[in-house]
Design a protein around this ligand. Structure first.
Ligand SMILES: NC(=O)c1ccc[n+]([C@@H]2O[C@H](COP(=O)([O-])OP(=O)(O)OC[C@H]3O[C@@H](n4cnc5c(N)ncnc54)[C@H](O)[C@@H]3O)[C@@H](O)[C@H]2O)c1
Length: 346
């Protein structure tokens, strides 16, 4: 598919993953429009792109029909990233999570049906698999068992999208992302690899819960490549399909992540404790995205660790504590005014 003149709407495009996708797609020749409510006061994530004539930013909430319809007007493709992301923030703000991750995303999908878009990518999560007791890597057909509010809403939205077959003009794809790591202009230090590297770099004692639990990881720049691959792929390969996004080589236990970091910072203090608060344990099979789209992530956890460490050592993240709300999903800043009902305005 030619990229010339194509406009992609990134909903939640000023976040940790979205900021990296933005730069990637602009460099690859796409026009990018971002709709984002900047709930972490993350406006600086739009700054690097403002001088690019192919970039447009709309500051607005996914639940507000005025902004949704403005954002959807004239775009070819849509990538939905927005929401409260992660188990901790959704447990801290259950009402807001329900309003945004379920009702907001749901209404946005309904609104998209009234616009002549071609592709819609819903970014979901491998957390949807929950606790996998068996010693196997799970593929896209493995029964979903979401344990958190975060994953439950993701599963609901996946089901809503996949049920649209035969009813909509656009071609949706669900991407279940592994846990992200790597540098972004909206750096998140609340994600395992990023957090562990920073804590050990600072010389803090690291307490690791359930060190033997497996989790798949993927670099943010590889996610950006995956999005581009799906947007470019022929419709018959991606329409109404679900893909896990990651690679077998980046299935790591927390202990393995720590051991990689200790190669750089050997005299660190790490303690391990069983039975933490996060019951997820899963290894994921990524054969499908490789087989169908010939997509393989290029950046290893090891390389990601080196890259983050190099940036930390250059003092590029020395003021994280002063702006804690920006560098992780700990606290949200949402508009106080009531938001009109999206369905009414479509
Ligand atoms: N980061 C990961 O490890 C990871 C793993 C699996 C899946 N994902 C998925 O990738 C996507 C992006 O994750 P991220 O790490 O970049 O998260 P993030 O929290 O950094 O970004 C989310 C963005 O959505 C925006 N947003 C939130 N509520 C909004 C609303 N009501 N209206 C408009 N914008 C709103 C925020 O301002 C933020 O810029 C999410 O859908 C997430 O579920 C992420």
């Amino acid at each position: 598919m030619a990229t010339k003149e194509r406009t992609v709407l990134l909903v939640g495009g000023a976040g940790y993953v979205g900021s990296v996708i933005t730069g990637h797609l602009l460099r690859a020749g796409w026009r990018v429009r971002c709709l984002d409510q900047l709930i972490y006061k993350n406006e600086s994530c739009a700054w690097p792109y403002l001088s690019d004539p192919h970039y447009e930013f709309i500051h607005g909430d996914i639940r507000d029909p005025r902004f949704v319809n403005q954002a959807l007007k004239g775009v070819d493709d849509v990538v939905i990233l927005a929401g409260l992301v992660g188990d901790p923030i959704t447990s801290k703000y259950p009402d807001e999570s329900h309003a945004i991750n379920r009702n907001g995303v749901g209404s946005f999908i309904d609104a998209a049906r009234h616009h002549p878009i071609e592709r819609l990518i819903f970014v979901s999560t491998c957390s949807n698999y929950g606790l996998v007791e068996e010693d196997k890597a799970v593929d896209e057909n493995y029964p979903l068992s979401p344990l958190s509010l975060y994953a439950k809403h993701k599963v609901e939205m996946e089901q809503k999208i996949l049920a649209l077959k035969g009813q909509v003009g656009f071609h949706p794809t669900v991407l279940r992302f592994a846990t992200a790591f790597g540098l972004s202009s909206r750096m998140r230090f609340d994600l395992t690899v990023n957090e562990f590297v920073r804590e050990l770099h600072l010389g803090n004692e690291l307490l690791v819960f359930d060190p033997k639990t497996w989790r798949p990881y993927c670099h943010v720049r590889d996610f950006a490549r995956a999005i581009e691959e799906v947007l470019r792929a022929s419709t018959n390969k991606v329409a109404f399909e679900v893909f896990n996004v990651g690679c077998d080589e980046n299935n790591f236990t927390k202990l393995m992540v720590v051991e990689e970091i200790l190669k750089h910072i050997p005299r660190s203090k790490v303690t391990y404790q069983e039975r933490g608060t996060d019951p997820r344990n899963y290894r994921v099979n990524f054969d499908k995205i490789h087989r169908v789209l010939n997509f393989t992530p290029q950046i290893s956890v090891q390389r990601g660790i080196s890259e983050i460490l190099a940036a930390l050592r250059q003092g590029l993240f020395d003021r994280v504590e002063e702006q804690r709300h920006f560098f992780g999903n700990y606290e949200v800043f949402l508009p106080a005014a009531p938001i009109p009902d999206l369905k009414m305005a479509v």
